[in-house]
Design a protein around this ligand. Structure first.
Ligand SMILES: NC(=O)c1ccc[n+]([C@@H]2O[C@H](COP(=O)([O-])OP(=O)(O)OC[C@H]3O[C@@H](n4cnc5c(N)ncnc54)[C@H](O)[C@@H]3O)[C@@H](O)[C@H]2O)c1
Length: 266
């Protein structure tokens, strides 16, 4: 069961000491930032990705700072890979305390442009993958006394936006899946969802660089935004650390926008 109550840690205390965290999409961006931050707070890490070079870089970075991590190649759109990533993590570390479902694909496209393959891949990677990862990992969490699930949705799963029919639907489904998990798995396992806004990661840079009106796009994004800047992977990792750790022992089923205030405008 999750500990109650939380006793404020000593300054400098490690928030994830002794815990094991599995993070999908940990070769880049938000997942990579969270992996290194979690490791700095004492967690042992399973670094999951299809990008082997990026995953190896994450592991090297963690090991260089004295941490422990293993890279596992897994495509989360495939259920067999999901089962294998969970099994490999448990074989290596003996437990899973934190399951952070961060990997996703983003294919923008209006309804009439979205192909069957794009729809299927988006739902498989951004929604079904999280269902099956929880299905595989939760029995291990329960066997060792509980844990924390963190899912990554998006502002686009909370509000409608032109050109994101499949992506928005998958992310909105993930918000409700997380609430279901919170209801069903308490008190042993907590489940929360982060809804990032515009976060300056390699994925975001690619979208920005492909935009012919880059300056206009940025102006549109930041114009009314209360915090007037893009988010960083570190901004997301900090919230993920809170949700992973006992600091959030009484938080479950929460949807946490990390978006510079964007959701407050709607
Ligand atoms: N960057 C943003 O502005 C933004 C905004 C809202 C939500 N998000 C969400 O944040 C999460 C992280 O995005 P990011 O910006 O860090 O992107 P990123 O592209 O930097 O990192 C995503 C990682 O996921 C991996 N990945 C993709 N498909 C995979 C698969 N099938 N199996 C395993 N790994 C896979 C990629 O290889 C990559 O390493 C995603 O869920 C994304 O939808 C991002």
């Amino acid at each position: 069961m999750n500990p109650v109550p939380y006793h404020p840690a000593e300054p400098g205390a490690l928030l994830l000491d002794g815990k094991v965290a599995l993070i999908t999409g940990a070769a880049s961006g938000q997942g990579q930032a969270a992996a290194t931050l979690f490791a700095a707070h004492g967690a042992r890490l399973a670094v999951i990705d299809i990008n082997d070079a990026g995953a190896a870089e994450t592991v090297r970075d963690i090991e260089a700072r004295g941490g422990e991590a293993v890279a596992v190649h897994a495509d989360v759109s495939l259920r067999a890979d999901i089962d294998r990533m969970v099994a490999t993590t448990v074989e290596r570390f003996g437990r899973i305390d934190v399951l952070y479902n961060n990997a996703a694909v983003q294919m923008s496209g209006r309804l009439v442009e979205c192909t069957e393959d794009e729809w299927d891949l988006t739902i498989a990677t951004n929604l079904s993958a999280i269902f099956w990862a929880c299905r595989a990992a939760v029995p291990h969490m329960l066997a060792t006394g509980g844990g924390s699930i963190i899912n990554t949705a998006s502002t686009l799963g909370l509000i409608g936006s032109e050109g994101f029919a499949a992506y928005g639907a998958a992310k909105a489904g993930l918000v409700m899946l997380t609430k279901q998990l919170a209801v069903e798995l308490g008190p042993s396992v907590r489940a929360n969802v982060i809804a990032p806004g515009s976060i300056d990661t390699p994925r975001f840079r690619k979208v920005l660089d492909e935009n012919p009106d880059r300056d206009g796009f940025m102006k549109m994004l930041l114009g009314n935004l209360p915090l007037k800047r893009l988010g960083t992977a570190a901004d997301i990792a900090a919230v993920a650390l809170f949700l992973a750790s006992d600091l959030s022992a009484y938080t479950s089923g929460a949807v946490v926008p990390v978006d510079g205030g964007l959701a407050a405008l709607r």
